[in-house]
Ligand binder design. Sequence first.
Ligand code: G3P
Ligand code: CA
Length: 300
Amino acid sequence: MTKKFLLYSSPVVLMFMSIALFEPWIYRTFITSSEINERLKGEHFDIIAHKGASGLAPENTLAAFEKAIEIGVDMIELDVRNTGDEEIIVFHDETLERTTNGTGLVHDYTLAELKELDAGSWFDPKFSDQKIPTIKEALDLINGRCKVLIEIKHMDHPHYHDFAEKLVDVIREEPNGYEWIILQSYDVEYIEEAHKYDDHVQTKKLMIGEDSAPLISFYVETKMHLGRAKEDDRMKALNPEFHTLSTRRVFRMHARGFEVYTYAPNTREDMVKMLHMGVDGIITDYPNILMDLRNEIEAL
Ligand code: G3P
Ligand code: CA
């Protein structure tokens, strides 16, 4: 009886497991449309420039932030790290090679040394004047003209002992900083430290890096962190990688009271699919494409 039951039930179990595993792919491929249609009429969504308008200017530079503001984005996302002399700079990678003419680990250099580097020519020689900005220079330039989403990169290094607190101090120095500057991290501890230090600060939780196995880790993270995050009403949004999303998952996150900002669809087709799934914001390298979409939807 048990053997027979197992034999007959296993195809059904397998079918449910496959549907669960391939759910986002099924939604993206068969259910959500890649065309703008009436369903999107009146939908509000935030346009967030990933590392500035990083498809149009070198990422995380003042030029990329100016470009994003010129496009009219709602928010700029940027990444922060510490220098060897514990100054906070805007920089994505742990090492210098990809986006500057320097070599080695960022935190092995002082701010003065890093300021000597060219942070723009790798993208286009016309940006050769771009330097690695400090967080203060970036925030002073943006100056509340749009919101800023600061991603705290995780670093297991003594320099980072009170990094969240230092960032909160930077937010406090900016006029009305609490209103337009938001912290986010994959690492929930940074977010908790920031809140412990100052409860006024706004935060978001990032989910699923591109390099992790998306579906399995999505389930693990949903089970481990979503429940915990739910109890913390200061955490306003969950920001998942876009391949892991489906309409049902967006619905479930909304039902738990979170906004959903997804990163980083860069084609019009993927952006429209995300909008059909009901996300609240899209973090993209090409905010110009998303702005064109917004204008088309408004004209519907
Ligand atoms: O804002 C989310 C996104 O920026 C996380 O990935 O690698 O681009 O910093 P990454
Ligand atoms: Ca980032």
